[in-house]
Design a protein around this ligand. Sequence first.
Ligand code: LLP
Length: 412
Amino acid sequence: MDYKILATKYGTPLYIYDFDYIKSRYLALKNAFSARKSLVCFAVKANSNLSVLKFLANLGSGFDCVSIGEVRRALLAGANAYKIIFSGVGKKDEELKEALQNNILMINLESPAEMLRLENIAKELKKQARISIRVNPNVDAKTHPYISTGLNENKFGVEISEAKKMYLYAKKSEWLQPYGIHFHIGSQLTELAPIIEAANIVSNIMSELKALEIDIKFFDVGGGIGVIYENENEISLYDYAQGILGALKGQDVTVICEPGRFLTANAGVFLTKVLYQKLNSKKRFVIVDGAMNDLIRPSLYNAHHGISVVSKQNGEISNENSVQNLNEISKADVVGPICESSDFLAKNVDLPELKNGDLLLVKSAGAYGFSMSSNYNSRLRCAEVALENGTDRLIRRRESFEYLIALEREFI
Ligand code: LLP
């Protein structure tokens, strides 16, 4: 792909997603579960662009949503309502109501209080609610503490004993129908053992529920499959699926998984332009036009994203290793224009001498990149482009200043 041409055509900074890659990841995951009924529900929070969702919906994907905004996006993108699940620790009444009215597959409950709210709303609407309960299996996912969710110290889900009580209550209720069981122990998981441990714990709960004539149809293992940003271990999909199916011990359920990052992280790059170089007595800074408002993962989690220079000769990228062969390589921090010391995209990376107009690619940016972006410093959120079958197309226009101030202007 000629990134120089894309930069000229769409401007920078720019998110670029390879849809063919997303498709190959989706199919690989579906294939791993082919021995079973399975439903892949893409975690919309990872990349909520409507064209990404539409592309996945056309492949048959379902969607894991954590706000009614995400549910609306999925429906607008053409998702089958019966493939949408609605999760999240704090859903509002209006959100629960709309989700029910839209006949989505099920609502993932995260507290007894929420279950009672939903029961009331279902009663008002005279519509039975299909529910799933997010169980917190108290398993250490061994990932970054900010994205670890399966321990009792985390705010997510309910403890096992509480979950059982909730299922018993729901079974008796005229307005609640136990339908699924859910867990999600964390994100960017690079070890399989904690996922399988959790799957076994939750599968055992399901067997106990069955003995109480509570019939669970969907076994939802959450998302969290890690990807390679630098040199991480990637879990084998075969082992992942086999481990989960093994935990199910032949129980007749549909397996749901909710991958976000796995499908889109390495489909995306963030293209940014060098503005200046600056040297002080301690450091070399490469100042670019992209910033923490566009891609916050380095600032927020100290996350690593590989950096490549778009080569000057032919517009193709040179990878991180071949950069070593260029002249005048030295360590630099790649920083944005925002007024925060934490505004960096990479630290201490080997880069050749760069000048205004040179292009850098920030890799693995297709998940939690644009979807976590903001307008901090009154910066306009950037454009997004899709690559499919060798062609490029715009899938989100760059924001304008008028758009930025639209909700304030009338009040001055
Ligand atoms: N299902 C549930 C219930 C979740 O909470 C999440 C992510 C997913 C699925 C998708 O997880 P994935 O497959 O993408 O790991 N902003 C952070 C990640 C936060 C993830 C929150 N939950 C980051 O940039 O690393």
